[in-house]
Design a protein around this ligand. Structure first.
Ligand SMILES: Cc1ncc(C[n+]2csc(CCOP(=O)(O)OP(=O)(O)O)c2C)c(N)n1
Ligand code: SF4
Ligand SMILES: [Mg+2]
Length: 301
């Protein structure tokens, strides 16, 4: 695994942007742009990422990017790739589609499914802050059970949609789950994806101080707690072979380090979560975790 001190020095996400203090998107995007060495076109729809980028003609990124309509990210990325091919510039840069969880799990899923079925040639990163944050924290298909949003005032009832599993079912060559709290895990996965072709899907958890209600200084520690509790799991599936990575790989031997109760305690969005609901979430996490550990062991045989 790459160490932080081994990451490339070049910065493509410039200092100063319009995201909230402590926003996980910036941490993750910084690692992604380093992994692509700045040779990329970013395609993104309306979201907090658009806000982070700034308004034309100002940009906080030193790479070209295209803002597209909310449901069309994957279709637009496929179009950008086709355009580069037509210009004879196909090998020059990676096309990176990057959208939020609302733009991926809900409104953009038909375009993403179509692109996955065609195995279109780009990397798609869903950064998951677990709600529609840019418009003021509405519930998405990726919001966890028990989380309070402006459209689930008593806490959401349903568990989140498993988008990486949906993408795996399409048979795409690369699927990964990562967290902005582990920038080297993000970096290594984007490097691996960069070296492959076809549709490569990466799901990146990005803590959101404003929407989750915690102190911005705790962004990384909350992201790490999510992994230690098994709420977020770091893994990759390369040509159908599953393996846990980084911190989650260590936890396969050591066992989950903290109960879900400890993870939710520091976040205001879970303040309506009752004991019975919490026990339900804990069971759901443990069942998922056991399945991941079993798949990891099977993949190594
Ligand atoms: C078709 C359409 N519907 C609704 C909107 C309003 N809108 C802009 S950003 C956004 C929220 C996006 O949520 P998500 O994709 O999770 O990204 P986040 O804001 O959380 O970063 C919404 C609903 C829009 N721009 N276009
Ligand atoms: S609302 Fe959340 S995701 Fe959006 S910029 Fe602020 S911290 Fe980042
Ligand atoms: Mg979101």
């Amino acid at each position: 695994m790459t160490r932080v001190t081994e990451l490339p020095d070049a910065e493509h996400l410039l200092s100063g942007n319009r995201a909230c203090a402590g926003c996980g998107i910036g941490t993750g995007l910084r690692a992604i742009t380093k992994a692509l060495d700045g040779r990329m076109v970013l395609v993104n729809p309306a979201s907090c990422l658009t806000v982070l980028g700034g308004m034309y003609p100002i940009s906080s990124l030193d790479v070209p990017w295209v803002n597209v309509a909310f449901p069309s990210t994957a279709a637009s990325a496929a179009g950008v790739r086709a355009g580069l091919r037509a210009l004879g510039r196909d090998g020059e840069m990676t096309v990176l589609a990057m959208a939020g969880d609302g733009g991926t799990a809900d409104i953009g899923i038909q375009a993403l499914s179509g692109a996955a079925e065609r195995n279109d040639d780009f990397i798609y990163v869903c950064y998951d802050n677990e709600a529609y944050m840019n418009t003021g924290t509405q519930r998405s298909g990726s919001t966890p059970a028990g989380a309070r949003t402006t459209t689930t005032m008593a806490g959401k009832r349903e568990n989140p949609k498993d988008v990486p599993a949906i993408m795996e079912a399409h048979g795409v060559p690369y699927v990964a789950s990562t967290s902005a709290a582990f920038p080297t895990d993000v970096y290594d996965k984007v490097v691996r994806a960069r070296e492959m072709s076809g549709l490569r899907y990466i799901h990146m958890n990005t803590p959101c101080p404003s929407g989750w209600s915690f102190d911005p200084k705790d962004s990384i520690s909350i992201g790490k707690l999510a992994v230690d509790a098994g709420v977020v799991v770091l893994y990759e599936i390369v040509d159908g072979v599953f393996r846990l990575t980084g911190r989650s790989k260590s936890l396969a031997k050591a066992g989950l380090q903290v109960p879900v109760a400890e993870y939710v305690a520091g976040q205001g969005r879970f303040k309506t979560l009752g004991e019975a609901e919490l026990a339900g979430v804990q069971r759901w996490v443990e069942e998922r975790w056991s399945a991941y550990v079993a798949r990891d062991a099977a993949g190594q045989r």
